[in-house]
Design a protein around this ligand. Sequence first.
Ligand code: SF4
Ligand code: SF4
Length: 419
Amino acid sequence: MPQTNFVDYEKFFDCVHCGLCLSFCPTYVELGTEMDSPRGRIATMRSLHEGKFPLDAEVVRHLDLCLGCRACETACPSGVHYGELIESARSFIEEQYRRPLLDRLKRWTIDKVFPNPLGVRVFASMLKLGSALGLSRLARSDKLPQQLRSWFSMVPERGSVSSATLLEHYPAIGEKRYTVAVLSGCVMPALFGATNEATVKVLRHNGCEVVVPKAQGCCGALLLHNGNKPDGLARARQTIDVFNGLNVDALIINAAGCGAMMKEYGELFKDDPVYREKAQRVAAKVKDVTEFLGGIPLIPPSREVKKSVTYHDACHLAHGQNVRSQPRALLRAIPGLQIMELQESDWCCGSAGTYNLTEPAMARRLLDKKMANIEATEAELVVMGNPGCLMQIRAGLQQRGLSIKAVHTVDLLAEAYEG
Ligand code: SF4
Ligand code: SF4
């Protein structure tokens, strides 16, 4: 069997097989099988790399079931770069393995729709139509099979999808302290336009002049997570070209999955003589919006928000970027807010990019767990920093008929600044 070469071989040897990551891996905890644990998957990828395992349906199944949540990286004392290993393996699978027809069709659709502004707009229009027709109510109908109810649960309740295109420039409110650029993203303008606007408002209230380059598009994260390396790299190069020349203090991201990927642009292009330096420069400026606000002297919001909230750690924020304390500190800065602790707050909700579309059964199991923990807090709002988690958790809340609302951290902050 030929040896393959999809990642630096030495990286497999960081794993010393201690197993300390096992109890932090959602799929291992759910299934209890070594092949669905981080240690087992690393051994599988190494065997693939060495040509000792064939790339067959069973191997692909175990690697597909990985959420890419990177909880194992947080737990690993040996510094294993698991995210890099699994993403390289995924691109190897997509290049070398022929999936069944339906599976190919589903992945092709995801690859074509989500990074494409027109595709996302069409998707958003369909969701809005479904929402206007009240289809979200069907998610709670006992008469429908579970699979159908779970599809209808993805249709948002009226008013929870907002589209907005940001302007190219916003002046600071009050004395100017920083100049920042904002990634408006591919999904955010069509589905979470109000959150993009809230991001700009909160930055401006903190003395930021905000620039939003028109030429930007998808950062490549969704494609790279799905193993579509050629298209993902092309999108990443375009993003680097847009932001590289800007004289800004930071490049602000409000979607955790995009931020985690853009911070890795330097590593991604380390062998590319044309993009290596540009990629490192852009990556060094990337900051999640809560990370940036948590790192500057905050101009505190003055309006009371009399609500009880709990905070869910998005995997790509907590495990991918180690941003945990800053969003909580920002919530504590909001007058009147009551904060309740969420059990297993950094446990994946099952969204994981497009995992809830490609692996709905496991995604549902993890969502059930997350819902039980959220409900136990008795909070009115659940707050988070990633659009994928927002969609998944809103669907879970809707399907259970819970009155708890899911919002982005900046939505709540903007309310505390502007009402
Ligand atoms: S990935 Fe890290 S924690 Fe898990 S078995 Fe390997 S060395 Fe141990
Ligand atoms: S990324 Fe998440 S699901 Fe995958 S092996 Fe690590 S902990 Fe488990």
